[in-house]
Write a new protein. Structure first.
Length: 383
């Protein structure tokens, strides 16, 4: 064998080795890049999830929004989140046409998914040839040809499922399920975070005495309205002599005071503001988007007007001007007992609320102040 051939072979082997090392390094770089890209995507999704949790949206709107984030960031064809609400399975979010929802919310009854629910493991299914359909499809053929089913659990309690679908057979064959499981865990985290909000939304009640919404309304629907503005003024007031009226006069008269004060204030504030009965003798007015300086003078006038009301069991005493004089007034044969009335005494305290901060903390601060204030205090206090 000639020296030239040997040198050529050595050069070829060396070149092959160099190319092999280069390809290995390139593959590692591609894997590293893909991993970094995936981490960035995952981080972005988590950030979007956290932002969504903090927004002034209903629970259902939050779930729909996180589903849209998943579809957009991970380029998913079809994504559906189904949750058991205590009585039935409900499609909470989906980009699938509504006509397919009855099938999608009944997957817990499909045999192929029952083991997945029992073991909390994802289940991947696909068709192998045209003309086949997935086990849960009743009449549709063309829409979904592969799917991954993820059961959802909160504290080991099964609450529903998340299903991904594709119109391509075997589309999820090479998908990293560990990434999808991280996404599933994030979905569960969101669902867990909105449990308290869902509870608040479900317990909103109308106060029987006043017809006003209760405190729970303020943290749900009310907060959506307030958070349309960067800064608002929160006002809490207390009928400070209500307990005294209940004891010295009667509880019925005290109830009348609560009703009439609420009715009078409701008539004299804008419909744009939120007025609720907070608890017992305490009420809250949320002046959405209004500065404290603009509120103080109005509240001072309102306080003077309300404290001038004379309230009986039958409501506010009306005292219209009369032309009857002592001379032309007919004689009274019997003395008529004057109806018992009381005058409410109010104490107001106000504070600024900034969007994105804890509304409950602001109200707690107002409540602590008003509960510990001197009963004779009469100024409008800003804290």
């Amino acid at each position: 064998m000639s020296v030239v051939v040997i040198v050529g072979m050595v050069a070829l082997v060396s070149l092959t080795f160099i190319l092999l090392v280069y390809n290995v390094r390139l593959h590692k770089k591609v894997q590293t890049f893909s991993s970094i890209k995936q981490r960035i995507t995952n981080l972005s999704v988590v950030q979007d999830f956290m932002t969504t949790i903090g927004e002034s949206l209903s629970v259902d709107d939050k779930i729909r929004k996180i589903n849209e984030v998943l579809i957009d960031k991970y380029e998913i064809k079809y994504s559906t989140i189904v949750v058991f609400d205590g009585t039935e399975y409900v499609v909470k979010a989906s980009n699938v046409e509504r006509k397919h929802w009855p099938a999608l919310k009944s997957l817990q009854d499909v045999d192929i998914f029952k083991d997945s629910i029992t073991t909390a493991a994802p289940k991947y299914i696909t068709i192998n040839k045209e003309g086949e359909r997935l086990p849960y499809q009743q009449s549709e053929f063309g829409r979904a040809k592969s799917a991954i089913f993820f059961p959802l659990y909160i504290d080991n309690v099964y609450i529903g499922y998340w299903i991904l679908e594709s119109g391509t057979p075997h589309d999820f064959d090479n998908v990293d399920t560990t990434v999808l499981e991280v996404i599933r865990d994030n979905i569960v985290s969101v669902l867990k975070s909105v449990v308290q909000q869902r509870t608040l939304e479900s317990i909103v009640r109308t106060d029987l005495f006043t017809g006003l919404q209760s405190e729970a309304y303020l943290y749900g629907e009310g907060k959506k309205i307030i958070d349309q503005y960067t800064k608002s003024t929160m006002c809490m007031f207390k009928i400070t002599n209500l307990e005294s009226i209940n004891i010295k006069n009667s509880r019925q008269l005290g109830n009348s005071v609560v009703r009439e004060v609420a009715k009078y204030i409701m008539k004299n504030i804008s419909d744009d503001y939120i007025f609720i009965r907070y608890m017992g003798p305490k009420f809250v007015i949320a002046f959405s988007g209004i500065e404290i300086e603009s509120v103080a003078e109005f509240l001072n006038d309102l306080k003077v007007d309300v404290e001038g009301l004379k309230i009986t069991l039958n409501g506010i005493i009306e005292e219209p001007e009369s032309d009857i004089t002592e001379e032309n007034n007919p004689p009274v044969k019997e003395k008529v007992k004057k109806e018992e009335y009381v005058e409410p005494i109010l104490n107001f305290v106000i504070s600024t609320y900034y969007k994105g901060t804890g509304l409950e903390e602001v109200l707690k601060k107002l409540e602590e102040y008003i509960d510990n204030a001197d009963p004779n205090e009469s100024d409008i206090n800003n804290i």
